[in-house]
Ligand binder design. Structure first.
Ligand code: GUN
Length: 286
């Protein structure tokens, strides 16, 4: 079977270029420049990299970005007051608090404090609820990115058996709702699933969001299936990134597969830019 490798870098670049064009028009025709506020608490190196990439993407597509780099011992109260100020600013369209937060800060309290209208991460219960009942709202960026990868690669979703492995609030659960919206038949498998291998083997589309390196091996995959790997695991010895899928052995069986790195990862930031653009568009005519 000929395997197509889904190029997330290329597709994310296309998405960002589309947003760049639309942003130039939004500025020229409506004098609205999308603006994303990015808040980082502490000095986690991985988070610093993510935040830097988000700010770079803003620059690329023509957004403003505001950066708040707060010390690790910032109180929850202080963080909430920063969010509250940003909620009030009409020139700020998106607010992103990079997770994870230091242990003394309650993540739920922080997510709840972000105005649902500016919650470009799609983490607020209002946005999650809207997704659940098919109303408009911001969708979590990584699962939204997976849908774009599938659609832009010409994959058919409607009527297909889709197995999602993982049930996190930011990937597994919204992924299931999005695939359902696309008329897939959806199964959400997880660590307590019996016979995970057999469940996965039924799938036309497998989406792996487990957080365990190479957990999905070739014997989990039906010949001709589409495999989307959301995992980002770092090999402690080599320092190399690897997904939740045993890529080398799985790829030859698939019709399409995403690599790690260069698959789902780059799409997350592209979809963040898309959410922020959409948030700014809502200000047209104000
Ligand atoms: N940490 C890991 N992924 C994400 C994400 O999508 N958004 C935020 N805010 N933090 C994260």
């Amino acid at each position: 079977m000929e395997t197509r490798i889904i190029d997330g870098k290329l597709i994310s670049a296309q998405v960002k270029d589309e947003i760049k064009d639309k942003t130039a028009k939004l500025i020229a025709e409506h004098n609205i420049t999308p603006c994303l506020a990015v808040i980082l608490v502490g000095e986690d190196p991985a988070s610093q990299v993510y935040v830097r990439n988000k700010k770079r993407a803003c620059e690329y597509v023509g957004f403003k970005s505001l950066s708040y780099e707060l010390p690790a011992d910032t109180t929850q109260e202080k963080l909430l007051s920063v969010i509250c100020e940003l909620n009030k600013r009409s020139d700020v369209h998106g607010i992103l608090v990079q997770m994870p937060l230091p242990k003394h800060i309650n993540e739920k309290a922080v997510i709840d404090a972000i105005s649902p209208d500016k919650d470009v991460d799609g983490f607020h219960p209002m946005n999650v609820g809207a997704l659940c009942i098919g109303e408009e709202g911001f969708v979590s960026c990584t699962p939204a990115g997976v849908i774009q990868l599938l659609k832009r690669s010409g994959a058919e979703i409607s009527g297909k058996e889709c197995v999602i492995v993982g049930r996190s609030n930011i990937v597994g659960k919204p992924m299931a709702l999005l695939m359902l919206r696309e008329n897939a038949t959806v199964t959400v498998a997880h660590s307590k699933t019996k016979d995970l291998k057999e469940v996965c083997k039924r799938a036309d589309i497998v989406i792996a969001a487990i957080g365990k390196a190479k957990a999905i091996t070739a014997d989990y995959i039906k010949e001709g299936a589409i495999v989307i790997d959301v995992g980002i695991n770092r090999n402690e010895e080599t320092g190399k990134l690897c997904g939740d899928v045993d890529y080398e052995n799985v790829a030859p069986k698939c019709s399409m597969i995403t690599p790690v790195p260069g698959g789902v990862g780059p799409m997350t930031i592209a979809m963040l830019m898309n959410n922020c653009y959409e948030s700014a568009v809502r200000h047209i005519g104000e």
